[in-house]
Design a protein around this ligand. Structure first.
Ligand SMILES: [Zn+2]
Length: 621
């Protein structure tokens, strides 16, 4: 079945150097990068000139490029050959490039307030906005904040639930599996409560982290740390917040239908533990955070709507090997008009799990030299899921290559939602008809069989949207002071109730700190990119399908083989982040506004089906 490709991207363009390690993965661990920013007045004796600013940033991007290539190379070696030595070297080169970036940020304050040409101004702005946290100028406070963030991440990373002594301990990987597979409500409740207790000790640290991070952000001229995060989106911070609410309102009716349907089916399974009309308890949705619900698809699957084929079985029947799997992905892009991948891609990538050493198997797409040395790192298995993941990862690689002609500062996606969205856009084109074109499937099932595929995808992507929104809605309100420390947990559950219609399965008090049970909160990693990626990919898919002249239902459109769609896509990709994202969006979608109605279009057949299923049943909570 289709699941969200487990994938990451590894790029290290200049401004993003500071957050490159943590920009991936909604659910898994990633290394913490904390930026120590000392807001010193570094102005020279005489006023700086625009020409000096231009020289400065050009020099900075070239020097940082060299450092970042070294860091990326060491990181690659570490990830494909894990030893104490390779880890040590990678960490050292990472620190070196971060320290250099921080030094440049400090120096760049010299040019604040100057009237500059557009490119220079944007490069300086991107450099400054690359910080995910700014420590205060006071060295003691700076040291304290650094220590707190790494301590919270450490608490999370070491977190275990031990129901009956040390032998019984389970970490988050094991608990994730329990949630995916167990249908025993008592076991799930115990595991849920056990894992959430891990975050309690973070609570006081988090209060102090908020104070200090805000102080650092204010010294940079931002209202608070949340406002600093929101400023990365080429919009006024408040306008960006409103924009997200607008997008959510567009999707909400579909979410309500999905929620009502899931609730009624789960009630059939679990009885009164699931209320007929209230919120769904958070431990019964197949995921410890209730962030994606596709693991409970088997409990919710429609009768008579199975697609009738199994991609894994089809691939195996044809003796597909890893190379053929990757070639399918490459051919998709070539069919759109992109050049084939370079020879070095095939020579330097890691495609299979080695038998003699440890590697990081988590799929990721790399851009080692920011020019053409793109690579895939993946332990490919011949499954339908990996088939999708390959298409997704190559989306990153083709994006990386498309923007490689930009100056170093602009070699990244238009905003952080775009990179993930591109890979997923391509994965949306893996339709039954596409599989027929590849010769993998003899005949596409008729449209009545789409419901199973659509429901599975909705449990993944639509269920995820309100969750993604809540994580940073909560943090933004915490940073702004709207949610005071004494209401942290209460406010967390109010937001989860409001957006997700989810309730805690056990009593909560303010001794709990449930937000900290999610990695990105404990480790200071912004989350909104994942919401944006899920919105944008459908908008991209609709725009490309229209360019390709697809007249059928949107979920049946595949842009495979269409040069017109390829040209549209490339027009956006090659811009990198040289211009505000609204201009990149306009290139592909013909509008500067994000639009979640593409989601409603894509899932229209499912909406109709859900309406039938929900007839006479309560909606909402
Ligand atoms: Zn990805």
């Amino acid at each position: 079945m289709l699941t969200r490709p487990a994938s990451a991207r590894k790029t290290r363009t200049l401004p993003q150097a500071l957050s490159a390690n943590v920009e991936n993965m909604k659910s898994s661990l990633a290394g913490l990068v904390l930026v120590v920013f000392v807001n010193l007045a570094t102005g020279a004796d005489r006023p700086a000139t625009p020409e000096e600013a231009r020289q400065f940033i050009q020099d900075a991007e070239q020097k940082l490029l060299v450092l970042n290539i070294d860091a990326a190379t060491a990181d690659w070696i570490k990830s494909t050959y894990i030893t104490d030595d390779t880890e040590g070297l990678a960490a050292k080169l990472d620190e070196r490039s971060i320290a250099a970036t921080v030094a440049y940020v400090k120096q760049a304050t010299r040019f604040d307030g100057l009237v500059l040409d557009a490119a220079t101004a944007r490069k300086l702005k991107l450099l400054k906005l690359s910080l995910t946290i700014a420590t205060p100028s006071d060295p003691k406070e700076s040291e304290e904040l650094t220590r707190i963030v790494s301590s919270m991440e450490g608490t999370y990373g070491k977190g275990k639930w031990c129901p009956s002594g040390p032998e019984s301990c389970q970490d988050i990987e094991e608990l994730t599996k329990v949630f995916a597979e167990s249908r025993d409500p008592r076991q799930l409740l115990a595991a849920w409560t056990g894992w959430h207790a891990v975050a309690r000790p973070m609570r006081n640290d988090f209060v102090r982290y908020v104070e200090l991070a805000n102080k650092g952000a204010r010294q940079l001229g931002f209202q608070d740390n949340g406002a600093m995060w929101r400023s990365k989106y080429d919009m006024d911070a408040e306008a960006f917040s409103r924009e997200l609410d607008r997008l959510w309102e567009q999707v909400r009716p579909l979410y309500l239908s999905l929620h009502a349907y899931a609730r009624s089916r789960l009630r059939e399974k679990y009885g009164d533990a699931v209320p007929a009309a209230g919120p769904i308890p958070a431990h019964l949705l197949g995921n410890i955070w209730a962030q994606e619900w596709d693991n409970v698809y088997p409990l919710l699957a429609p009768a008579n709507a199975d697609p009738g084929y199994d991609l894994t079985a089809l691939l195996r029947k044809r003796n597909t090997d890893w190379k053929a799997m990757v070639k399918y992905g490459e051919n998709f892009f070539v069919s759109l008009g992109f050049d084939p991948l370079p020879q070095t891609f095939w020579e330097r990538s890691l495609f299979l799990k080695p038998r003699d050493r440890d590697v990081v198997c988590h799929a990721s797409a790399w851009d080692i030299d920011f020019l053409s040395d793109v690579r895939l790192k993946m332990c490919i298995q011949i499954t339908g899921e990996d088939f999708l993941t390959i298409h997704h990862e190559l989306g990153h690689n083709f994006y990386q290559r498309a923007y490689s002609k930009q100056p170093p500062s602009f070699r990244d996606s238009a905003n952080d939602g775009f990179h993930e969205a591109v890979g997923d856009t391509i994965a949306l084109s893996i339709t039954p008809d596409y599989l027929v074109k590849l010769g993998l499937l003899d005949r596409a099932p008729d449209e009545s069989k789409d419901i199973g595929l659509l429901l599975h995808r909705a449990l993944d992507k639509i269920a995820f949207l309100p969750f993604a929104l809540v994580i940073d809605q909560w943090r933004w309100k915490v940073f702004s002071g709207e949610i005071p420390p004494e209401r942290y947990n209460e406010a967390w559950w109010q937001l989860r109730l409001k957006y997700q219609g989810i309730a805690p399965p056990a009593g909560r008090t303010e001794t709990d700190f449930d937000p900290g049970a999610k990695y990105h909160v404990a480790a200071n990693v912004p989350y909104m990119r994942y919401f944006l990626a899920d919105i944008l990919q459908f908008q991209f898919h609709r725009a490309l399908s229209q360019a390709a002249g697809c007249k059928g239902p949107l979920n049946r459109c595949s842009v495979f083989g269409n040069k017109e769609a390829g040209a549209r896509l490339n027009a956006m990709l090659e811009m990198g982040q040289s211009r505000p994202w609204q201009e990149a969006l306009a290139r592909i979608a013909g509008t500067r506004e994000m639009d979640a109605t593409a989601i409603r279009d894509y899932f229209a057949p499912l909406q109709k089906w859900l309406d039938q299923q929900n007839r006479g049943k309560p909606m909402g909570w």
